[in-house]
Design a protein. Structure first.
Lengths: 355, 802
């Protein structure tokens, strides 16, 4: 009994000292090794009577647990101290630059095409495409623009053959023709894409982008056209109200035809869309001409509807404050980086068109 | 088309002010493109009288004038004009005024020591005429009481520039515009009464229209005026001509131009004494020539409509007259032509000869065929008034009769097209005001179309007239329904979208370049010689459709290198062209990377970009777009613009149906040829049209999910094989040993050199083995190991490295 207490007292004292790991391990062996003091005490159990055994074992176990816990804590503390010491040495300058990475960008024209598709998707338009090289028929004749029509002068056309049968499409309208020839009404499509005119100055490039729209069904009238474009412009410019003006105009493939202006003002040198007393032309549209419908074997007495054509590059310039059209196609790394969009920034209707 | 409000008011009785007129014009489809206040600058030019002229003390040719400008104190102006004399009425420009001809702004200045306040102007300086010899001389009887007033009448201040759409030939004359405005409620169209001509003489010049195939001239009216005195035009006429930005020439020419702009009725005037016998309107023969009024000689093709006489071609009907019979100031006898030529022929001939004139512009859009008499009447009256002379009867030759067209109009179509309604009564009023004649029927309106409206031929054209005049603001907005019956994008469009954003997410900047390129560079990136030429390129270095996106991308990459960038990643997604027929094109994603990775990083070791960087970009993007990366099959046959040893092509699987991508180092020869200075240049092309749609959509792919919780084991092997043996085949051989158990095969080392025989290489691989059913025993694993070794050795001739 007194042996056990003595062991306990001695070692509690010993363990109070500032010990290193080796010393603690040494003590551990002294107590609990095969011939350790505690271990030897257990060996005496056999010599005792049942009654004595009970008390002795109970006391011995208490002391054993106490010392064991103390030693474990001691060891743990020493290890933590060691880790802390090591961590202190490992301190680095975390303000040094991260591992280098490059950020890719989506061209503003691509981004705007996705925005447009997202907006029209909401009201049931699907996306169609057509080839960049067109024949004369699809680009002009089928669109009610015969070869003696002065409207052709407005399209400075690139030709691929001397007979002027093959050309680079001057607008996205031939996609209307292809879509209607290959399918049955109703039609509700948009067709974004590259278009070409032999024109090059500050505000014109020989290649540019348009989006065509076409909605043909029974009883689609100019009110639907107005509603559709009003919705589109509001969504696109992400404004609640838009000042919009439909003006009579002429395109051979629509009758009646209109051009659409939106109101704007210049505030602090920046263009503000939707307000103000100035007008900016943004698109052309109209009711699809009965001659066009006849050309694509759609009965104009049964079906009617509207079409529109919008310059994509110009919309991008207006929305994102880009001044120079030519820069779109110059591929200047600085420009692409500045005006480009992050690839994860996909325009959607639930998260919003743009950030 | 340019008009002034003053001119408009010759035809329109209106209470609207200029701004209201401008708004109205735009509202009815006559878009005002701009209001040119060029005449507004002339506000400051004042009618003045020279009171005193003194010699300049220090210059022989200069004089110092005291000028009365109506403000009390005379001003001193130094003037060099020889005609400056006391009492002369002239035009004075004060300091601050801008001289129209030179666009110079006047300032108070000392001329040889004498201060001059402003300037006295010549006609030429004011763009009034070419007279530059002295200062303008104004007639005292007209201007004596106007000293101090503006010389240029205020009402003429603005020139309104209207963009007339090609369908509205009738609005290429002021009267047509006035008619439209009147119909839209802007005023009343003034009924113009001509003075009755005293047509005593016969028209003695014979005129004949050859009735031949494709004769473009349908009728030819003429009037002979004898004994005229051609002169300078009176001020009012000059003012009108100048206000359109044209130059007054002589009364006769100015009158024909005036009638054209006023009534949209082009005329031509011949000097009768220069006509050889009579006039014959006929088709030209190839090779005929004539000198036109623009002083150019034109060589004609077959079947161009010419006005000729016994000795040859006098002019191109409806396009341009010739110098031979042109009128001059000494012309005594004139023949006025008022004819109708078919738009198609005018357009064709003028295109071939590349001539653009005001007459041609009007005839090709369609002149009123019934305005022949009206034109002659107006011109003859004006000539007689200004130049005197005796007017003949009108001679009208024609080869067919022109009748007004008519159509039946269903009034209910209006609401069907526009979505709103107007009364039939209002419809009739609008149409009447536009010159349509209506015979009302029970259900349909019988409408006679005015002869000046060649654009109206169908019911829908009538709808447009009505809604245009009624106002587009009347159309009610119908909100679109938010219903989607069809997917917005098809599979190919989705793929386009995925790959575009997937490549961009690898650090590439998206570029958009022309679909055409420089043939010289394009040639470097095609293997076949087929090139698609543009017949009329915008410049010689954009003369072919691109056969590869590389051509433009590499040009722009080089420009960016020139801007000082070194480590570039650019890509474009768009068409390349395989043929000149519609549809002979493919959609390609093409990328280029140059320079180094981790250049000058404190952390990473910098290295050149290499073929395995682009290989990874391509394969990762394909994987992201939904293609199984483990099935991709790669070999090394690539086009000659890639480095022959460091490039590859990718198939979706071993069947090698279509190449879905190329990747590799760009051939060093190309870099040399294009003088591209970069440390490394790698690129890729992914062919969207060759990418088969994944068989299963995502929702189907996700149904099977199997995984194993049993112990997995890894074993390393090293095989020695022929140097040319492809790692892909070794990996495949190993994977095929047991597709169930072998989960992955990784190459962790490739080695040639010491300890490896010449012509051989060592490939070390790490193989992961795992069963879905149990934990594999040592025995199982040994069996697999042995099987891998024996299979590889027997199938590939490799030897396991011990």
């Amino acid at each position: 009994m007194s042996d056990i207490k003595k062991i306990k007292d001695d070692f509690l004292l010993k363990l109070k000292e500032n010990l290193d790991l080796n010393q603690v391990n040494h003590i551990k062996t002294e107590l609990f090794g095969k011939t350790g003091l505690i271990s030897s005490q257990f060996k005496q159990l056999g010599k005792l009577t049942e009654d004595e055994k009970k008390n002795f074992a109970s006391d011995l176990n208490l002391v054993k647990n106490e010392l064991e816990n103390l030693i474990a804590t001691k060891i743990n503390n020493i290890k933590i101290k060691e880790i802390n010491k090591k961590l202190e040495k490992e301190k680095i300058d975390i303000t040094l630059p991260e591992r280098p990475f490059v950020q890719g960008k989506i061209h503003p024209v691509s981004q705007v095409i996705d925005e447009i598709s997202s907006i029209f998707s909401e009201i049931g338009f699907s996306v169609e495409e057509g080839p960049d090289v067109e024949n004369e028929y699809n680009n002009f004749t089928a669109l009610n623009t015969p070869d003696n029509h002065p409207a052709r002068d407005m399209h400075d056309t690139f030709y691929l053959d001397d007979a002027k049968e093959l050309l680079l499409r001057t607008h996205t309208s031939p996609v209307q023709i292809r879509t209607m020839l290959n399918n049955k009404p109703p039609f509700k499509i948009i067709a974004p894409g590259r278009t070409y005119r032999s024109d090059s100055d500050q505000t014109h490039t020989p290649m540019f982008h348009q989006v065509e729209g076409l909605h043909i069904d029974k009883n689609i009238n100019m009110g639907h056209l107005k509603g559709c474009l009003n919705y589109f412009i509001k969504e696109f410019f992400e404004v609640d109200k838009i000042k919009m003006r439909f003006r009579p105009s002429h395109f051979p493939f629509t009758e009646p035809s209109a051009e659409v202006d939106i109101g704007y003002e210049i505030k602090d040198g920046k263009i503000v869309i939707g307000e103000g007393d100035k007008w900016l032309e943004v698109l052309g549209c109209g009711m699809v001409h009965p001659n066009v419908l006849k050309n694509v074997k759609v009965n104009p007495d049964e079906f009617q509807g509207y079409a529109f054509g919008i310059g994509i590059d110009r919309l991008a310039m207006l929305k994102y404050g880009i001044n120079d059209l030519r820069a779109f196609f110059d591929c200047d790394y600085r420009w692409l980086n500045h005006f480009g969009f992050d690839p994860i920034d996909v325009p959607t209707n639930y998260r919003g068109l743009s950030r | 088309m340019k008009i002034t409000t003053a001119w408009l008011k010759d035809h329109l009785d209106t209470k609207l002010n200029e701004n209201q007129i401008i708004d109205k014009l735009t509202d009815i489809g006559l878009e005002v493109e701009g209001v040119d206040s060029q005449l507004g600058e002339l506000d400051e030019f004042i009618i003045a009288k020279i009171l005193k002229v003194e010699k300049h003390p220090d210059a022989d040719r200069l004089r110092v004038c005291d000028v009365d400008i109506g403000s009390g104190e005379p001003v001193k102006v130094v003037c060099g004009a020889p005609n400056a004399k006391e009492g002369l009425l002239t035009i004075y420009a004060p300091p601050g005024a801008v001289v129209p001809k030179t666009q110079m702004k006047l300032v108070v200045s000392k001329i040889r020591g004498v201060t001059s306040y402003g300037m006295l102007c010549s006609e030429s300086e004011l763009n009034l005429s070419n007279e530059s010899d002295g200062i303008t001389e104004l007639l005292p009887e007209k201007y004596n009481k106007k000293i101090g007033e503006n010389y240029f009448p205020k009402k003429n201040l603005n020139v309104i520039d209207i963009s007339i759409t090609p369908n509205r030939a009738d609005c290429l004359g002021v009267r047509g515009i006035a008619r439209d405005l009147a119909a839209a409620g802007a005023g009343i169209l003034i009924n113009q009464k001509e003075k009755k001509l005293d047509k005593k003489n016969k028209q003695t010049i014979s005129v004949k229209i050859e009735n031949e195939k494709n004769q473009a001239c349908i009728s030819f009216g003429s009037c002979l005026i004898k004994g005229v005195k051609n002169t300078e035009s009176p001020e009012w006429l000059k003012d009108k001509i100048i206000s359109l930005g044209q130059k007054p020439i002589s009364a006769i020419v100015d009158i024909t131009n005036y009638v054209m702009f006023d009534l949209n009725r082009p005329l031509h005037a011949y000097d009768v004494d220069k006509i050889d016998k009579g006039i014959v309107v006929r088709n030209s023969k190839k090779g005929e020539t004539f000198e036109a009024l623009d002083n150019k000689e034109y060589k004609l093709e077959d079947e161009m409509c010419v006005i000729s006489d016994a000795s040859g071609v006098l002019g191109l009907g409806g396009i341009i007259g010739g110098t031979k019979t042109g009128t001059e100031l000494d012309t005594k006898n004139v023949l006025i032509e008022s004819a109708y030529f078919s738009p198609r022929s005018i357009r064709k001939s003028s295109k071939i000869l590349n001539i653009d004139t005001d007459a041609k512009f009007r005839f090709e859009r369609g002149i009123d065929p019934l305005s022949i008499d009206q034109g002659l009447e107006r011109a003859a009256n004006l000539i007689q008034e200004i130049c005197g002379g005796k007017v003949s009867e009108f001679d009208i030759q024609k080869i067919e009769d022109v009748k007004k067209k008519s159509l039946k109009f269903d009034p209910s179509l209006f609401e069907k097209i526009t979505g709103f309604n107007i009364s039939i009564k209002e419809m009739i009023t609008i149409l009447n005001n536009l010159g349509f004649e209506i015979k009302e029927n029970k259900e349909l309106l019988d409408i006679i179309i005015p002869s000046w409206r060649p654009d109206i031929s169908q019911e829908v054209d009538v709808v447009e007239e009505l809604v245009r005049i009624k106002g587009y603001d009347q159309i009610k907005i119908i909100e679109p329904e938010k219903v989607r019956k069809k997917q917005t994008l098809n599979l190919k469009q989705k793929l386009f979208h995925f790959l575009q954003r997937s490549i961009a997410s690898k650090g590439y900047l998206e570029a958009i370049t022309w679909s055409f390129t420089d043939s010289k560079i394009n040639q470097l990136f095609i293997e076949s010689n087929k090139e698609i030429k543009i017949i009329n390129p915008i410049s010689s270095d954009l003369n072919v459709l691109r056969s590869s996106i590389f051509s433009n991308l590499i040009i722009h990459l080089n420009k960016n290198l020139g801007r000082g960038f070194k480590d570039l990643s650019l890509f474009e997604i768009g068409p390349i062209f395989l043929g000149s027929e519609p549809g002979e094109q493919q959609t390609v994603v093409c990328g280029l990377r140059s320079g180094k990775l981790a250049r000058q990083s404190w952390l990473e070791k910098e290295r050149l970009v290499d073929v395995f960087d682009v290989k990874s970009d391509v394969i990762k993007s394909l994987a992201e777009a939904g293609y199984n990366k483990d099935k991709l099959y790669i070999d090394d046959e690539t086009p000659n613009y890639y480095h022959p040893g460091k490039s590859g092509r990718i198939f979706l699987n071993k069947a090698k149906e279509k190449v879905v991508a190329f990747f590799g180092d760009i051939h060093p020869g190309i870099l040399k040829k294009l003088d591209i200075k970069t440390e490394a240049l790698v690129g890729f092309e992914i062919f969207l049209d060759n990418l088969k749609q994944p068989k299963k959509s995502l929702k189907d792919q996700k149904t099977q999910y199997k995984y194993s919780d049993f112990q997995k084991s890894e074993r390393d092997f090293a095989f020695v094989l022929d140097k040319n043996f492809k790692a892909q085949e070794l990996i495949e051989t190993i994977s095929n040993v047991d597709k169930e158990l072998i989960k992955s095969v990784k190459v962790f080392d490739v080695y040639e050199g010491a300890n490896i025989p010449e012509g051989k290489k060592s490939i070390a691989l790490n193989v992961t083995i795992q069963s879905l059913e149990k934990t594999l025993t040592e025995d199982d694993l040994n069996k697999i190991n042995q099987l891998i070794i024996s299979t590889v050795e027997s199938k590939t001739g490799a030897k396991i490295r011990s």
